[in-house]
Design a protein around this ligand. Structure first.
Ligand code: PAF
Length: 279
C-alpha cells in the first residue's frame, strides 16, 4: 500500500494507477464497518483509495475534534491486510492552506439543517465541502459510504446528482455489535456495561419498526412514545423521526418507503442510528 500525505504526491501516485477508482473516505480509528466499505470498494473497482482525515470544518467549537480517536498506525496495518492500493492522510495545512475561515463551501441546503444538522451547526457544510474536495482530487468512479450516517449519505448523493459529478455513490449496511449497538469510533468512550445499555437505541428502532408494520398507530404518536421510553432509560434524545427514505421529509401513514432516524446523547458520546422500513 502506498501512503501519501500531500496532494502533489497523491497526484503523481494516481497517475501510475490505471483503472476505475473506488474511494472510501474515513476519519480513521477503523472498525469492521469501515473495513466492509473497503471490501465493497474492491468488488466495485480496480483500484482502492482510502482517505483518513479528521476534517475540522465539520466540527463546531463545542464538539469532540480534539478528543476524536486517532490511531493511524493501527489503521495502516488493517488497510494493508485488505490490499488497499493507496492511502491519503493529509494534514489540515494540505486541505486548508489558507485556513478554514474564507474557504469555499459546498452546501446542500434542503436537507442539511434538519435532524443532525439542527443540532450540529455547520456540520454538513463541512462534510459536503471535504467530500467535494476529495472527490475532485481523486476522481473516483465509485465512492462507498456507510448507511449508519443515513442523512450524510443522502446529502452526498444529492450533492453528486445536483452538481453532475460522474460518481456512483454506494451505501453499505450498518455493522453492529452482538447487542445491536451500531459500530462507531465514538463507542470507545463507553464502558462495556454502557455499551449494552446503549444498544437500547437499536432495540427502540426495532420496536418502532414492529409498530409500523403491525399497528395503525399515528407516526407522531409513535415517535413520542419511543422518545419517552428512551428518555426513561438514561438517553437524552435529540430526535427520533419517521421520515421518507429519499427526501427525509417527515412521513405519514400512506408513505411506504420509510427510514427512522434517531440521535441521542448517552453519557459523553452522542449516538446516531437508523432503521429502513419498507411497508
Ligand atoms: O463519515 C465520516 O467519517 C466523515 O463525515 C467523512 C465522510 C469521512 C467526511 O469527513
Amino acid at each position: 500500500m502506498i501512503t501519501v500525505n500531500n496532494s502533489q504526491q497523491l497526484q503523481s501516485e494516481l497517475k501510475n494507477l490505471h483503472g476505475r477508482i473506488g474511494l472510501v473516505m474515513t476519519m480513521g480509528n477503523l472498525h469492521a464497518g469501515h473495513l466492509s466499505l473497503v471490501e465493497q470498494a474492491k468488488k466495485k473497482a480496480d483500484i482502492v483509495v482510502v482517505t483518513i482525515y479528521v476534517n475540522p470544518l465539520q466540527f463546531s467549537a463545542n464538539e469532540d475534534l480534539a478528543s476524536y480517536p486517532r490511531t493511524l498506525e493501527d489503521d495502516i496495518k488493517k488497510l494493508e491486510t485488505l490490499g488497499v492500493d493507496l492511502l491519503y492522510t493529509p494534514s489540515d495545512k494540505e486541505i486548508y492552506p489558507e485556513g478554514m475561515e474564507h474557504h469555499t463551501q459546498v452546501e446542500v441546503p434542503s436537507i442539511s439543517y434538519m435532524y443532525c444538522g439542527a443540532y450540529r451547526k455547520g456540520h454538513f457544510l463541512g462534510v459536503t465541502t471535504i467530500v467535494c474536495k476529495i472527490f475532485n482530487m481523486i476522481a473516483p468512479a465509485v465512492a462507498i459510504f456507510g448507511k449508519k450516517d443515513y442523512q450524510q449519505l443522502t446529502i452526498i448523493q444529492k450533492m453528486v446528482t445536483d452538481l453532475c459529478m460522474p460518481i456512483e455513490i454506494v451505501g453499505m449496511p450498518t455493522f453492529r455489535e452482538k447487542s445491536g449497538l451500531a459500530m462507531s469510533s465514538r463507542n470507545r468512550f463507553l464502558t462495556d456495561e454502557e455499551k449494552l445499555q446503549a444498544a437500547g437505541l437499536f432495540k427502540s428502532l426495532k420496536w418502532a419498526e414492529e409498530q409500523l408494520k403491525n399497528t395503525s398507530i399515528d407516526f407522531r404518536t409513535l415517535e413520542k412514545q419511543a422518545i419517552d421510553q428512551l428518555n426513561e432509560n438514561n438517553f437524552n434524545v435529540e430526535y427520533f423521526s419517521i421520515c421518507h427514505q429519499d427526501t427525509l421529509k417527515p412521513a405519514d401513514r400512506g408513505d411506504k418507503k420509510l427510514v427512522i432516524l434517531a440521535a441521542t446523547k448517552f453519557g459523553i458520546p452522542r449516538l446516531i442510528d437508523n432503521i429502513i422500513v419498507n411497508l
